[in-house]
Design a protein around this ligand. Structure first.
Ligand code: CP
Ligand code: NVA
Length: 305
């Protein structure tokens, strides 16, 4: 039994296997076929923060695969009625997979340590592996390859950025980050990148123009993530020079795509002009969440072969 808590839980070959499953299931879905690879399987979703894409893509994915899902709300009393261990041991006797979005990363780690079924991280303060996998799948679909491409992250080195940096490292994509002072990747993450992918290309700068030069994809995310609302005003000032504009996109060069995990705060980290430009692939990215979630579920709960 395997969990998916971080991108680094997967090897390069396992990611490519998930992509192959996702390719196949996406092609079939487009042809009107919903292949029931997981009949009778049950998925429980538990979210401590808001979600549109992660929740709906997982629920639709599981239904298309022939399984069912249930969203667990406040009424199950997670963290309130009984110990996390008791809650998890019982829940995991009744479902095949648990998808969780938690405030603290340690919570999904603790749940996974007690679960008798697979646990998938649907975003924590530290990582968002399912997002990063769908993003890399989107880049691969758009450019027909991953190896040798460059992705520029402009903004906060946050949960999504951390997962993407690891995914890029494992798949041969150069990762360049431009962030203000105080919003850099931490040393343990940089150490893990080196350890997991010693030859991967990573660079960090304060200058967005430098980061985007030669990049195939320019990616940004909100300046204040969920749970950081109190820092909103300070972050607006700190990130003022890190907005993705048409000018910044032009500096990346011909053919570069704009990416965002969504939801976006238009007018802050990105302009309307960029969000709505022909080079923006934000909707394709979101749509691919469902297809890649299928690949992840089929891999985790199927043969893993
Ligand atoms: N990108 C993403 O995870 O979206 P949600 O917060 O809507 O799930
Ligand atoms: N960094 C954002 C991503 C939302 C999908 C957050 O954590 O709120």
């Amino acid at each position: 039994m395997r969990h998916l808590l971080n991108v680094s839980d997967l090897t390069t070959n396992e990611i490519l296997r998930i992509f192959a499953l996702s390719d196949d299931l996406k092609a079939k879905f487009r042809a009107g076929v919903r292949e029931p690879l997981l009949p009778g399987r049950m998925m429980a979703l538990l979210f401590e923060k808001q979600s549109l894409r992660t929740r709906v893509s997982f629920q639709s994915a599981m239904t298309h695969l022939g399984g069912s899902s249930m969203t667990l709300g406040d009424d199950v009393g997670f963290g309130k009625r009984e110990s996390l261990a008791d809650f998890t041991r019982v829940l995991s006797e009744m479902v095949d997979v648990i998808v969780m979005r938690t405030k603290k990363h340690q919570t999904v780690v603790d749940v996974a340590s007690h679960a008798a079924c697979s646990v998938i991280n649907g975003l924590t303060d530290q990582s968002h592996p399912c997002q990063a996998l769908a993003d890399l799948f989107t880049i691969r679909e758009h450019f027909g390859r991953l190896e040798g491409l460059k992705l520029a992250w402009v903004g906060d080195a946050n949960n999504v950025a951390r997962s993407l940096a690891m995914g890029c490292a494992l798949l041969g994509v150069e990762f360049a980050v431009a962030s203000p002072v105080g919003y850099d990747f931490d040393k343990p993450l940089l150490g893990k990148l080196k350890q997991k992918a010693p030859t991967s290309k990573f660079s960090a700068t304060r200058d967005p123009l430098e980061a985007v030069r030669g990049a195939a994809a320019i990616y940004t995310d909100v300046w204040a993530s969920m749970g950081q609302e109190a820092e909103q005003d300070k972050r607006r000032k700190d990130f003022a020079d890190y907005q993705v504009t048409g000018k910044l996109m032009a500096a990346a060069g011909q053919g570069a795509v704009f990416m965002h995990c969504l939801p976006a705060r238009r007018g802050e980290e990105v302009t309307d002009e960029v969000m709505d430009a022909p080079y923006s692939v934000v909707v394709e990215q979101a749509a691919n969440r469902m297809h890649v979630q299928k690949g992840i579920l089929a891999w985790l709960l199927g043969t893993q072969g």
